[in-house]
Design a protein around this ligand. Structure first.
Ligand SMILES: [Zn+2]
Length: 299
């Protein structure tokens, strides 16, 4: 099994950013950018993705959440992130990719002046099809010079056992094969500092091997939550409300509350793969809320 030695030279530059503050709820926007000390974050809206009320079997327990529904669904997106840290350009999740599902990550990156060949590393929260199919383009690696980082838990979950979703498993194996055969895949463990200033946390429940990334940005921590939540407003207020997408609903609910609680205690910044607001998480009632004004976008 492929294993890489995690030795890196930290080379971080300061980013000076200024500009108009935009609403983080602007669903039509292609991207928003943030500057967290020495980390420049571009949150890319790969495509929109509403979540039908029926995906949440216990929704009737939370009548206050009905007002969040629009045409029977919670608003959502598929989102990817570009982290610019010194000389590294790190993509977190790959989105749907161009093709029938019309993912726009590469197109939006190009519009911002980033060529796919410039991406140095790829992290994935998990290997569901909406997170990795964009890592392939016309049967080839969409990011030819990037190293794909996969936890041992992710690798084991997606290469062994009984697939819960055959299309996702086939795509995940295809993606890993392409990068591995090119010598561009590295395995690591939860808890490792996978890249400079980035640590990987166990967050399984949505899928086996699901991973949350914690980026140390100066004095602040920035958590990339992946699919810890899908309908953000609903599941922040009611973390126990898992979706049918969660392979282990009880486990997903427990780890959702545990990580949000940790982030709230720290006053950390959070962002998810399927809900738009990026901000500082805090406790609110029996759940949580996100303060978006604490984290204004710079572009
Ligand atoms: Zn997802």
């Amino acid at each position: 099994m492929l294993r890489c030695t995690l030795v890196f030279h930290v080379c971080l530059a300061l980013f000076l950013c200024a500009g108009t503050v935009l609403s983080t709820n602007a669903a039509a926007a292609d991207y928003h950018q943030y500057a967290f000390d020495n980390v420049k974050v571009t949150a890319i809206n790969d495509r929109t993705n509403a979540f039908a009320a029926e995906l949440f079997p216990t929704l009737s327990h939370y009548p206050d959440s009905k007002k969040l529904l629009h045409n029977g669904a919670f608003a959502g997106v598929v989102r990817t992130f570009l982290l610019q840290m010194g000389k590294k350009l790190i993509l977190v999740d790959g989105g749907w990719g161009a093709g029938p599902h019309k993912g726009r990550t590469v197109e939006i990156l190009r519009s911002l002046g980033y060529a796919p060949e410039q991406i140095t590393d790829i992290l994935v929260t998990h290997l569901d099809i909406d997170h990795v199919s964009g890592l392939i383009n016309n049967g080839k690696r969409a990011y030819p010079k990037a190293t794909l980082w996969i936890t041992h838990s992710q690798y084991n979950a997606w290469t062994q056992g009984e697939p819960r979703n055959k299309a996702s498993v086939a795509m995940a194996r295809n993606v890993m094969s392409l990068y591995k055969d090119a010598g561009k895949m590295c395995l690591y463990h939860w808890g490792d500092a996978v890249l400079p200033k980035i640590s990987a946390m166990q967050a399984d429940g949505h899928t086996p091997g699901h991973t949350v990334f914690c980026v140390q940005a100066g004095q602040k921590k920035f958590y990339l939550l992946g699919d810890l939540l899908h309908a953000g407003d609903l599941q922040l207020a009611h973390p126990e409300c898992s979706s049918q997408y969660d392979a282990q609903p009880a486990r997903a609910a427990a780890i959702r509350r545990e990580i949000l609680q940790r982030c709230a205690q720290e006053g950390s910044i959070v962002a998810g793969a399927h809900f738009l607001p990026i901000g500082v998480v805090r406790t609110a009632g029996t759940g949580f809320a996100i303060d978006v004004k604490a984290v204004p976008a710079v572009r």
